[in-house]
Design a binder for this molecule. Structure first.
Ligand code: ADP
Ligand code: FBP
Ligand code: MG
Length: 441
């Protein structure tokens, strides 16, 4: 997709007239390999060929506004009230982000009132708008030691007009939405109502997804923790299948539309023989199909390990029209399906398998963030606070090519981050597993 500078323009509520608490520290700072000055920008692309293909001077090629503290800010901290909400599925690090936002607002900006809305957008609805949580430093002190979110989360639509009424009742000036693509669509709907009513409320997003399926973000927070946890389950089925006669290990991992968790966990353990992801369709039948390939592998090596993303091979299952409360398609169970088909096939050819099947499901996303993700979360939280206090709105903060930047919300919801079957990640998976590029297709 070809972007223009206009697509990348971040919205702001107005001129920044208040001195930022960081003004003095920033006065001597210049762009360096480790810092981007607020009037500098970060390139979207990073290869010579793509940069040249734009055919415009370097200051016209697509670039992001840098994140970080500003010398001047839009909101007067002494008169600012902040809201925080976490929506959608859980992800390691949600509590770290909440805590980081509260710490930054309290300790540096001296914002006095921070409210957490309970249970996702539901907490902004008319019915539950009074069940807020005051977020003080004491309240968030050790919340990062636990998984989940102290605010709770939910799926399901709420009326944006009602939600904005709730923001007004609580006199919210800046709302931080920590959530995925659905949440960012919801946040966009909020900003549309805010605009229509000519209100002065900023909405800033911190993208969350263990599936790593949001674009313009290197890797989403919590993803590393989630795939690290997933490796435990691959190791388990590897050991089980190694010890059994004709051992087959199958692990199904989360990943509705994108197979990042499956690929990274499989590469980390480096013991998987087949990795199946939504982005690369496969067939079961025929000499080249998965079933025969599994059989041959088993005959040759005595064991076989498959890692399958939950969204893989959906074309092989009966189509379902079912959706969850947020409108996300409910998928068929590819893990159980493969377990049955592989068991039947191997039994038919006289290999009487011992099949070990694990579906760790929520076990990989309900854990606390690891040290790496915790660092990432706190830095995203800081960037979000700076963006909000500077009056950025309809904007998310992300890390892109190791720099923290501002991205318009519309870009984050515009398409999905998926594994490119022609890209180098999938090539690494093919190299590590030895599986062919096409299975039964
Ligand atoms: N198109 C949309 N417009 C408004 N709100 C939405 C939209 N899509 C999802 N939402 C709301 O955002 C919240 C989170 O969405 P969901 O898809 O469950 O999780 P995620 O944000 O992780 O993708 C839910 O309350 C859902 O109703
Ligand atoms: O919590 P639920 O509704 O069971 O959702 C499970 C889904 O949540 C996910 O973790 C993704 O969640 P999000 O849509 O919140 O990013 C998927 O991997 C999984 O399919
Ligand atoms: Mg989603």
């Amino acid at each position: 997709m070809s972007l223009t500078l206009d697509d990348l323009r971040v919205r702001t509520l107005g001129d920044c007239e208040y001195d930022s608490p960081f003004a003095e520290m920033l006065s001597t700072k210049r762009t360096s390999p480790h810092y981007v000055a607020e009037d500098d920008r970060v390139l979207v692309d990073d290869t010579v060929s793509v940069l040249l293909s734009h055919g415009v001077p370097i200051d016209r090629v697509p670039s992001f506004e840098t994140a970080g503290p500003r010398k001047k800010i839009y909101f007067d901290p002494a008169r600012t009230t902040v809201g925080i909400v976490t929506c959608g599925g859980l992800c390691p690090g949600l509590n770290d982000v909440i805590r980081g936002i509260v710490q930054e607002l309290t300790e540096h900006y001296h914002v006095k009132r921070i409210l957490g809305f309970r249970n996702g957008y539901q907490g902004l609805s008319k019915d539950s708008r009074h069940t807020t949580m005051e977020l003080s430093l004491d309240r968030v002190r050790d919340i990062n030691n636990a998984g989940g979110t102290i605010l709770g989360s939910s799926r399901g639509a709420q009326d944006p007009e009602e939600m904005v009424d709730t923001l007004l009742i609580h006199e919210i000036d800046v709302l931080f939405v920590i959530g995925g693509d659905g949440s960012m669509r919801g946040a966009t709907a909020l900003t549309e109502v805010i605009d229509a009513r000519k209100l002065d409320i900023a909405v800033v997003g911190v993208p969350k997804t263990i599936d790593n399926d949001l674009p313009y973000t290197d890797q989403s927070f919590g993803f590393q923790t989630a795939f690290a946890r997933a490796t435990d389950f691959i190791q388990s089925v590897f050991i089980e299948s190694q010890a059994a006669e004709n051992g087959v290990g199958i692990v199904k991992l989360m990943g509705r539309h994108s197979g990042f968790i499956a690929c990274y966990a499989a590469l980390s353990v480096n013991d998987a023989d087949f990795v199946l992801i939504p982005e690369v369709p496969f067939g079961l039948e025929g000499d080249d199909g998965l079933l025969c390939r599994v059989e041959r592998h088993l005959r040759e090596h005595g064991q076989v390990v498959l890692v399958v993303a939950e969204g893989a091979g959906q074309h092989l299952l009966e189509a379902s029209e079912t959706k969850d409360k947020s409108g996300n398609a409910k998928l068929g169970d590819i893990g159980l399906f493969l377990k049955e088909r592989i068991t039947t096939k191997l039994s038919e050819v006289g290999l009487e398998p011992t099949v070990r099947y694990l579906d760790p499901s929520y076990a990989i996303r309900s854990v606390p963030a690891n040290a790496y993700d915790s660092v990432y979360c706190v830095r995203l939280a800081h960037a979000a606070v700076h963006a909000g206090m500077a009056g950025r709105t309809q904007t998310v903060v992300v890390r892109w090519r190791r720099r923290f930047v501002h991205v318009p919300m519309a870009l984050i919801t515009g398409h999905r981050n998926e594994i490119d079957p022609d890209g180098d990640l999938w090539m690494s998976v093919l190299e590590a597993t030895g599986q062919p590029a096409n299975i039964g297709r």
